[in-house]
Design a protein around this ligand. Structure first.
Ligand code: NAD
Length: 309
């Protein structure tokens, strides 16, 4: 039987509705949660991400503002902006969109953000708190994955979770969050030996690699839960015919013809759907959860720092 879909669009909407309802209560008490998003340079993908974050805030009644700086911005100039946002009481969350241009010292910027406003959860204080299992602002994408599993009541405790990817943004915090939910966790990366064999031991397999359709059916145990975090562009019609299930091919080819690409994750849908018990589509899987979690973190930051409730 083909795998069942973990529908991130649906779950993300439900979570955003919940944020909107809780935000409305805070606003009635005179507290409007506010998010400042900072973007440096002209990265097209970053512009799309920032745009959808600001739009989501507006839809939920949160204050949002976008700060756009030129690609030539220096570390000191960006630090000055972060510090001015730290000082403003009505700003609860500060998100500096990554990647930053090469002349900017990214770590210094992330460490300059007030940990209480660090809605991306990348500050060393929040990384440390997450590692200690204490309440913290945690990175949006891996937190969204846990929310998705919880929504579908997929058990985590006692399961073997294999996370492919060890980035600070996804892989490492994902492993930590699964560990705190009592999974047995294996972290894999580019130097892991016989990756397909390790992946096949997973009850829950998370792919956060950034390589188009790398995880094939050969990596998946029968009935496993497969979470595809990757977002990649596929431009070749022949590749699209090879990696997507028959039913999806016409719409994918249309996407390539119109825009020049179709979105695909790190998982090869055609072969994995035949093996997995559950899987996340791309688009419409993990992506919408990331934005929903950002909204939730902004609300959480507002309540932590200046909430009465
Ligand atoms: P990254 O490049 O920082 O990390 C990739 C990780 O994959 C590394 O740890 C590396 O060791 C591992 N890796 C690379 N090649 C490998 C191989 N051949 N075999 C095994 N492991 C390998 O990327 P990231 O920031 O963690 O993002 C991963 C993917 O997730 C990207 O496609 C990115 O676009 C996507 N992403 C999606 C969302 C979302 O909202 N859905 C959010 C963040 C990132």
């Amino acid at each position: 039987m083909p795998a069942q879909i973990l529908n991130g669009t649906l779950v993300g909407e439900a979570l955003k509705q919940d944020v909107a309802a809780r935000a409305a209560k805070l606003i009635a008490q005179g507290l409007q949660p506010g998010l400042a998003v900072v973007i440096v340079g002209d990265n097209a993908a970053s512009k799309v991400y920032v745009g959808s974050k600001v739009k989501a805030c507006q839809a939920l009644g949160l204050h949002s503002e976008k700060h756009e700086l030129p690609a030539s911005t220096t570390t000191d100039e960006l630090l000055a902006l972060v510090q001015s946002l730290n000082a403003r009481n009505e700003i609860d969350g500060i998100l500096v969109q990554l990647p930053l241009p090469p002349q900017i010292e990214t770590r210094r910027i992330l460490e300059a953000i007030d940990p209480l406003k660090d809605v991306d959860g990348f500050h060393a204080i929040n990384v440390g708190r997450l590692s200690q299992g204490e309440d913290a602002l945690t990175p949006c994408t891996p937190t969204g994955v846990i929310a998705l599993l919880d929504h579908y009541q997929i058990p985590i405790a006692g399961q073997h979770a294999v996370v492919i990817g060890r980035s600070d943004i996804v892989g490492k915090p994902q492993a930590m969050l699964l560990l705190h939910r009592h999974a047995t966790v294996t972290i894999c990366h580019s130097r892991t030996k016989d990756l397909p064999a390790v992946a096949r031991t997973a009850d829950i397999l998370v792919a956060a690699i950034g390589r188009t359709a790398m995880v094939t059916g050969d990596y998946v145990k029968e009935g496993a839960v497969v979470i595809d975090v990757g977002i990649n562009n596929l431009t070749s019609p022949d590749e699209a015919r090879r990696v997507f299930p028959d039913a999806e091919i016409p719409q994918r080819l249309e996407g390539i013809a119109k825009r020049g690409y179709t979105l695909i994750g790190d998982v090869e849908p055609r072969s994995v759907i035949e093996k997995a018990g559950w899987f996340t589509p791309v688009p419409g899987g993990v992506g919408p959860l990331t934005i929903a979690m950002l909204m939730q973190n902004t609300l959480k930051a507002a309540v932590m720092r200046r909430g009465k409730a």
